[in-house]
Design a protein around this ligand. Structure first.
Ligand code: ADP
Ligand code: MG
Length: 577
């Protein structure tokens, strides 16, 4: 192994990183740093999250700048404001013993004027999100003609966020002689295209297998019905009392929804998504970093800015739409030589997705049943007992109360005493789990495709014809004049199925719920977006929520209408339950 001292790095930089506890270079650092220092040029670095990519480009970048010259020499683009700030913060630490290096971060969602003022001072290094940087270029607030090095960090994620246009505009102002360093966890086609378009015969350095999942991550999935997702999540958390991890959701709304439910159900959880203010985000992230909260519920993009090690679990509340994102998610656990677990909660139709992810990561998933009530109770009990046994006892503090306590507990044997303590802690949990369903979705016998059943059904999501139904939250309610007929019309129009099976409808003031044939669920979500009601785009999100509401409309209708306009003629039965 090449040591930091043998790479040709400035001793002052080495002093800086030593202070951060960097003793040996990580594999990507070992390959990138000496290579760039000896033969500077375009490079592509592929390595998973948490492998030390920031220092891999940050150290050579610091070594290359001229601190006497006050013009931008290095531009580092990354997908989120958190990453911009994090990279700047990290590089300032590396540069602690160098003469003053000025690093400015430029990102959206914050006032632009202070950033413009900071740019005026001529920082040597700029870390930026593509959108805000493009804005600065457009407003002529920055001169990029002296850029020597361009870094594209988390290029795959930037592509997911559609930065192509911004990138073109930003790069137009940079000299063609600059070196471009591109970093990415994975190498999808789009990243390869970027490399080809913007780079000159780059040296490609890969650490680990391309697109491989981290080796010490176990991949597990539980198969449940869509509306049991939340219940399954709770079980996973109950089964792992010491869990410390991230629950990944697909949308902001789902993120908010899941976090709110967890908090209401007394779990230690917080939401992290793009709707939060910067201050709120900082607060949540700090709380998570310092373990003030066990579970973070987050979207892929929001979680990108997080640098947290030692996660025990990553939970995919919903699988990502993009297989590549699974790699990012699961790469957040199993770091620094520890093992981690990535748990996906899926429904029957998503097994194909699992197979696709298996191909991408080159590892097999293990299908496991959702932990049952009994197993959870046992785990929780033993965990509690362990904690009791490990609790430090400070005699001096409790001495004074002991005789009174003895007096009160006099009639109880040791056996009884234990039972009392355990019952006090566990009665509620035991009661909750005594009468619970098996949440596992069971595969149908051959020939009855799609007809999934479950072992003990209480409120089954099949309609009378035993067709599996999926329940959706719709962002529009009766306040906007929406009627059950309108909902059916929307579902029919979105799916393009005249004879669509529509199940229960719950119409509330500000939103509503509708159940439709599960096989149409995907196209419903996709196409509903293109429809509007009263000028509002229709947003359908899978949901297991069941409002306790007076106004209920029984479904099991067949949407017979064709174009969707004639639905009003039909005579819907309205039953009140
Ligand atoms: P990536 O960008 O690949 O996801 P980071 O650069 O954010 O990874 O590094 C992840 C963590 O590892 C950071 O906390 C960083 O300080 C730490 N780190 C990086 N390189 C080393 C090293 N050589 N020795 C010890 N810790 C390191
Ligand atoms: Mg990084």
């Amino acid at each position: 192994m090449i040591q930091f001292e043998e790479m040709g790095l400035d001793p002052r930089i080495i002093k800086g990183i030593q202070e951060l506890g960097f003793e040996e270079p990580s594999p990507i650092q070992e390959k990138i740093i000496p290579h760039y220092l000896q033969s500077p040029g375009d490079m592509v670095g592929l390595a998973q999250t948490g492998t030390g990519k920031t220092a891999a480009f940050g150290l050579p970048v610091l070594q290359s700048i001229d601190t006497d010259v006050k013009v931008p020499q290095v531009l580092i683009l990354s997908p989120t404001r958190e990453l911009c700030v994090q990279i700047a913060r990290e590089m300032e630490l590396y540069a602690k013993y160098l003469p003053k290096v000025d690093i400015v971060s430029v990102y959206g969602g914050a006032a632009i004027e202070p950033q413009i003022r900071a740019l005026k001072k001529g920082p040597q290094i700029i870390t930026a999100t593509p959108g805000r940087m493009h804005d600065m270029v457009r407003r002529r607030k920055v001169d990029l003609s002296s850029i020597d090095i361009l870094v594209l960090d988390e290029a795959d994620e930037m592509l997911n966020m559609g930065f192509q246009e911004d990138l073109d505009a930003i790069l137009a102002g940079t000299p063609s002689t600059k070196h471009t360093l591109l970093f990415s966890a994975t190498m999808p086609k789009e990243v390869a295209t970027i490399a080809k378009k913007y780079m000159t015969s780059p040296v490609e350095i890969t650490v680990g297998k391309k697109n491989a999942g981290a080796d010490n991550v176990n991949h597990i999935y539980h198969m449940v019905h869509a509306r049991d997702r939340y219940a399954a999540l709770k079980r996973v958390m109950d089964f792992h009392p010491d869990i410390y991890g991230i629950v990944f959701c697909r949308t902001r709304m789902e993120t908010k929804d899941v976090a709110a439910k967890l908090i209401q159900d007394n779990y230690s959880a917080e939401a992290l998504h793009g709707d939060l203010s910067q201050a709120q985000r900082d607060f949540v992230m700090e709380k998570f970093r310092t373990r003030g909260v066990q579970m973070l519920v987050a979207t892929d993009v929001a979680a990108r800015g997080l640098d947290v090690n030692h996660l025990t679990h990553v939970i995919n509340y919903n699988l990502p739409d993009d297989t590549e994102n699974y790699t990012h998610r699961s790469g957040r656990t199993g770091r620094a030589g520890r093992s981690g677990t990535s748990i996906s909660i899926i429904h029957m139709k998503e097994q194909g997705k699992i197979r696709m992810i298996e191909k991408t990561i080159g590892k097999k998933f293990e299908k496991k049943p959702v932990p049952g009530g009994e197993a959870i109770c046992e785990r929780q009990l033993l965990h509690y007992i362990d904690r009791v046994a490990e609790t430090e006892v400070d005699d001096s503090q409790i001495e004074g109360y002991m005789s009174a306590i003895h007096e009160k507990l006099e009639g109880l044997t040791r056996e009884e005493l234990i039972k009392h303590f355990v019952s006090m802690e566990f009665n509620q949990l035991l009661k909750y789990y005594r009468e619970t369903d098996d949440l596992n979705a069971v595969e149908a016998p051959a020939g009855r495709e799609g007809r999934d059943g479950r072992q003990r059904n209480k409120r089954d999501n099949h309609n009378e014809k035993n067709i599996p139904m999926t329940r959706f939250h719709i962002n529009i309610g009766s306040k906007k004049g929406l009627s059950p007929k309108d909902l059916i019309a929307i579902a029919v129009r979105a799916t393009g199925k005249r004879n669509l099976e529509v199940g229960r409808i719950d119409l509330l003031r500000n939103f509503s719920f509708v159940e439709i044939d599960s096989t149409q669920a995907g196209s419903f979500v996709q196409q509903a977006k293109k429809l509007t009601f009263d000028g509002i785009p229709v947003v359908a999100t899978e949901s297991d929520e069941r409002p306790q509401q007076k106004q209920r409309f029984n479904g099991d209708r067949r949407g017979r209408s064709g174009g969707g306009g004639d639905f009003r003629k039909r005579n819907d039965r309205k039953r009140r339950r």
